[in-house]
Design a protein around this ligand. Structure first.
Ligand code: COA
Length: 160
């Protein structure tokens, strides 16, 4: 039987509890989830791609259903290359909708084989973003509620 593989793409700069929640819920639906860190994101990043990968790999640990990878270029090409057919994305608020709608429509028009599945972010994570957490960390605010402990530790080191 063909296994159901989802690609969970993003910048993950850094990965937050919001991302972890989507990953764990995704595992209830898919046989495998590939967490794909975008290399060519236009965002100014705090963590290098290698640092982000290392953090995510530690969090994934030895879960055989999860894989951590990076990709360049178009997401749809990567999805097809990995023999997946679903892009998994979290939706936080109405403000996410427009961008996500555009992205999903564009991806679908490039490749008809690729479907995007949205999951509503859990209420406790609805206001989170990597940027806002970095801002709180830069002012020495308490970030322990928003990111896994190893991420909090690395954020504190970055702003020490
Ligand atoms: N809970 C809390 N926060 C969440 C979240 C969740 N469940 N899901 C996402 N976020 C936050 C992230 O932390 C991030 O915050 P930031 O903007 O402060 O960094 C924000 O929501 C959105 O980030 P992310 O989900 O990582 O997506 P992105 O917009 O950075 O990246 C790509 C989107 C990588 C999927 C997209 O740019 C892409 O596909 N790039 C490849 C090129 C391509 O194919 N382009 C599309 C052509 S149509």
């Amino acid at each position: 039987m063909k296994s159901r593989i989802a690609i969970y793409p993003g910048s993950f700069d850094p990965i937050t509890n919001g991302h972890m929640d989507i990953i764990h819920r995704g595992l209830e639906i898919f046989d495998r989830v590939i967490i794909a860190v975008a290399r060519n994101s236009e965002k100014n990043s705090l963590f290098t791609v290698q640092e982000r990968l290392a953090l995510i790999n530690k969090l994934v640990d030895d879960n055989q259903q999860l894989e951590v990878d990076t990709f360049d270029g178009l997401l749809v090409d990567y999805v097809v290359e990995r023999e997946a057919s679903v892009i998994l994305r979290g939706l936080r608020a109405v403000s996410d909708f427009e961008y996500e709608f555009q992205l999903a429509q564009m991806n679908r028009s490039i490749s008809q084989q690729v479907e995007t599945l949205f999951m509503m972010t859990s209420p406790q994570n609805a206001y989170l973003s990597s940027s806002i957490i970095k801002e709180v960390a830069s002012h020495c605010g308490d970030i322990d509620k928003f990111v896994p402990p190893i991420v909090a530790e690395e954020l504190r080191k970055k702003f020490a």
